[in-house]
Design a protein around this ligand. Structure first.
Ligand SMILES: *[C@@H]1O[C@H](CO)[C@@H](O)[C@H](O)[C@H]1NC(C)=O
Ligand SMILES: *[C@@H]1O[C@H](CO)[C@@H](O)[C@H](O)[C@H]1NC(C)=O
Ligand SMILES: *[C@@H]1O[C@H](CO)[C@@H](O)[C@H](O)[C@H]1NC(C)=O
Ligand SMILES: *[C@@H]1O[C@H](CO)[C@@H](O)[C@H](O)[C@H]1NC(C)=O
Ligand SMILES: *[C@@H]1O[C@H](CO)[C@@H](O)[C@H](O)[C@H]1NC(C)=O
Length: 413
């Protein structure tokens, strides 16, 4: 059967560099939202904890696919959750049920309205923060008339920007979307689409951009070439940043993993996890670990080595989401009657792109650390060197929400 298609893009970009602050988004005081969205505190916490669990489940699926290809992994779980939740606004019947349970929402505890309100609060909260830019957009073909209620909820709860485009002009519509995405990710994701499928009637996308500034920047003058051990047979040159200072670390004996906590100059932090055995870490990693690590980390003087790198990932998520039980939306069984009663719709593809740039704190911070003048050369300073595959997560410390997570196998690809 021929049907019109709906696409979903999920984009994320994150850069961790040291130069000036960008102020992005609106000035919403999170405290205001608490009062305007009454009674939803419980749904917010249910949605938040479901989002966390979803992050790890999605990671493991992506890892299973990436492993065979020896690829880095990097994605934004919150961004994927937002896009799928926005789609679920227009899903009905079994399609809706699959999306809900795939996202980890319990039908008997949460309605779609609860979920919408929770995301509204989370997105407004995110938009009020410096360094972080997050949102959704919906591109609708001129000749397609979605249900007004669907668009209304997307705009109100998912803070979606709405656009009319002519998808039959495949080059122009691709340009329109690319331009929007480029702007929202400050140029980090500049060319998302080459051409559009002419059957497309709607594109839904979510994006997230995060620019973090280390609380204590690295000194670029100390950065030196070093080798990164990809595997037994492969060593690749990397620019290795380093710094000696007080750092919070934790050695988790249950999974033989050393965790380093590198705070940004904000309530966000990067957690870097160096396991003895990657699969032990990957299979065990769950929200409780983050809670434990943040709680029990010990501060001590250490010398740390972290490669400078820049990676870009791109996923077509259809297979992974199908494996997670979200099958019907992709085929003839799709029930998206909440988007359009009259027209038979299906999701054609779910695409996710992400970038991560890890850098020193920029040249201006060059004077910040002066450890090179160490006369006490016999002093024993523990060394923590990320010179072999490690995992990384960017978390908000108060909520332990995971903005991004990934695995760096080879910083050069
Ligand atoms: C509380 O929620 C109800 C239902 O959503 C709404 O009608 C009411 O205006 C809200 N009250 C406040 C103070 O926001
Ligand atoms: C979609 O789901 C609704 C609610 O379960 C159902 O009434 C309707 O018949 C379904 N439509 C299609 C086309 O499957
Ligand atoms: C959903 O919530 C109900 C009521 O709280 C509970 O009994 C049920 O076990 C939950 N289902 C899942 C899959 O967690
Ligand atoms: C961190 O942010 C504060 C306030 O915005 C600023 O005063 C301070 O200089 C920043 N520190 C670094 C290392 O950038
Ligand atoms: C951790 O390492 C020790 C020593 O090599 C080993 O005996 C133990 O089985 C490892 N634990 C796990 C969970 O892999």
């Amino acid at each position: 059967m021929m049907h019109a298609t709906v696409g979903i893009w999920i984009l994320s970009a994150v850069i961790c560099v040291g130069t000036g602050h960008h102020h992005i988004g609106h000035d919403n005081d999170p405290a205001d939202q608490e009062t305007t969205l009454n009674g939803s505190a419980n749904s917010v916490s249910l949605v938040t904890s479901a989002n966390k669990e979803f992050a790890y489940r999605l990671y493991r699926k992506l890892a299973a696919h990436a492993d065979s290809e020896g690829k880095n992994i990097f994605f934004s779980p919150v961004s994927v959750s937002v896009a799928l939740a926005a789609l679920s606004v227009g899903a009905r019947g079994e399609t809706h049920h699959q999306l809900f349970s795939g996202l980890g929402f319990n039908n008997s505890q949460l309605t779609q309205t609860d979920v919408d309100q929770a995301f509204q609060m989370l997105l407004k909260n995110a938009q009020s923060q410096q360094d972080r830019n997050e949102g959704t957009a919906v591109f609708v073909d001129n000749r397609f008339k979605p249900e007004p209620e669907f668009l209304g909820t997307l705009k109100q709860s998912y803070l979606a920007d709405g656009f009319n485009v002519d998808f039959s002009q495949s080059k122009d519509s691709a340009d329109t979307i690319n331009k929007y995405v480029n702007e929202k990710t400050n140029g980090k994701i500049d060319k998302l689409v080459e051409t559009m499928d002419p059957n497309t009637v709607m594109y839904l996308l979510s994006y997230i951009y995060y620019k973090g500034k280390w609380a204590t920047p690295f000194d670029p003058k100390s950065t030196k070439e070093d080798l990164f051990i990809v595997d037994e047979n492969t060593k690749v040159p990397v620019q290795m940043m380093n710094m000696e200072d007080m750092f919070n670390t934790y050695y988790d004996q249950t999974i033989n993993t050393t965790v380093l906590h590198l705070p940004f100059n904000s309530t966000y932090s990067m957690l870097l996890m160096l396991p003895d055995d990657m699969s032990t870490l990957e299979n065990a990693f769950c929200p409780a670990h983050v809670t434990k690590w943040l709680k029990w980390m010990k501060s001590r003087t250490q010398k740390i080595y972290i490669p400078k790198f820049s990676i870009k990932t791109s996923y077509k998520m259809n297979d992974v989401l199908t494996e997670m039980g979200m099958t019907d939306m992709f085929g003839d069984r799709a029930n998206l009657t909440g988007i359009s009663e009259g027209q038979k719709l299906a999701v054609s593809e779910v695409v996710h792109q992400a970038t991560l740039d890890v850098d020193e704190a920029g040249a201006t911070a060059a004077a910040a650390t002066g450890f090179e003048i160490t006369l006490m050369s016999f002093r024993h300073v523990p060394v923590l060197k990320f010179n072999r595959p490690f995992m990384v997560a960017i978390v908000e410390r108060n909520t332990e929400n995971i903005l991004f997570m990934g695995k760096i196998i080879n910083p050069n690809i």
